[in-house]
Design a protein around this ligand. Structure first.
Ligand code: SF4
Ligand code: SF4
Length: 266
């Protein structure tokens, strides 16, 4: 459940979340009676508070859905896909943590002739990736940092499994867009960029459709705050002009190496 306390109109004026919550003292309020947070230890994620809230001060970040329900949601936009030439991207979280579900969904989308893409970290066993390989039209993944220590520090996980899976993926016949979310002082240095290009050329045989540079923005801050978690990039100053200049330099470097490279969402 995400908490957006500034939208709360106050417990005295409303209080619908408290009335509908089945757990005692699960919702916390400021002295001015606006919502302060949720006791995450007690919360059972039933979603009743969010459903009752009239001002979207509590919103679920995820919910359970069946394959058939999801297919119906996707099919509603069929005309849009046909007109735009686009399709559906299954993203996360990590979709490959539910590989069986995703495989079924992708099969249905192929039956319906809707183009599909799976966006994954590939920080999963290869067997999970294999389950969806025959059913998706393309993949998107990231190379965040080549140095394992740096990768662990900023993502909480090793990059070893990811790099191994990317190597295997390059031997399969599914187009892949690889991205780097460019973070100043973390992964935009010369050594990391050179090692990334070397990995793509040497270990993946250059077999990617394109390399994409995503210029850093504080996009995760609101989500972290709503989940009452620390935002790990809080102290990082994002100078848009400098980041863009560095991104352009890196794009040119990759192009010179023979790797098709684009900025942002191009
Ligand atoms: S999700 Fe359910 S248990 Fe958790 S705070 Fe909301 S109503 Fe209470
Ligand atoms: S239901 Fe929403 S608006 Fe009402 S008190 Fe709870 S958080 Fe505030």
């Amino acid at each position: 459940m995400g908490v957006f306390g500034t939208k709360c109109i106050g417990r005295d004026a409303c209080g619908a979340c408290s009335v509908n919550c089945p757990i005692n003292d699960c919702l916390k309020f400021h002295v001015d009676k606006r919502l302060a947070g949720i006791d995450r230890e007690k919360c059972i994620s039933c979603g009743r508070c969010a459903a009752a809230c009239p001002s979207e001060a509590i919103k679920p970040w995820g919910w359970k859905v069946t394959e058939e329900e999801l297919v119906q949601v996707i099919l509603k936009d069929r005309a849009f896909y046909e007109k735009s030439g686009g399709g559906v991207t299954l993203s996360g979280g990590e979709p490959l943590l539910q590989a069986n579900f995703i495989a079924g969904l992708l099969r249905k989308m192929r039956d319906e002739k809707i183009d599909s893409c799976v966006e994954s970290t590939f920080s999963v066993k290869w067997e999970e990736a294999e389950k969806i390989l025959p059913h998706t039209d393309r993949f998107i993944s990231d190379i965040k940092a080549m140095d394992d220590k740096v990768h662990r520090k900023y993502t909480g996980a090793s990059n070893a499994l990811i790099l191994e899976n990317l190597k295997r993926l390059s031997g399969c016949d599914v187009p892949l867009t690889l991205r780097i979310p460019l973070i100043p002082g973390v992964n935009d240095g010369r050594e990391n960029i050179e090692k990334t290009a070397e990995f793509i050329l040497r270990d993946m045989g250059g077999k990617i459709e394109k390399f994409q540079i995503l210029e850093f923005m504080h996009l995760g801050r609101e989500k972290c705050q709503s989940l009452e978690r620390e935002y790990p990039m809080e102290g990082l100053k994002a100078n848009r002009e400098k980041i863009h200049k560095r991104a352009e330099e890196i794009r040119e470097y990759f192009e010179d190496k023979g790797i098709h490279c684009v900025l942002g969402n191009a």
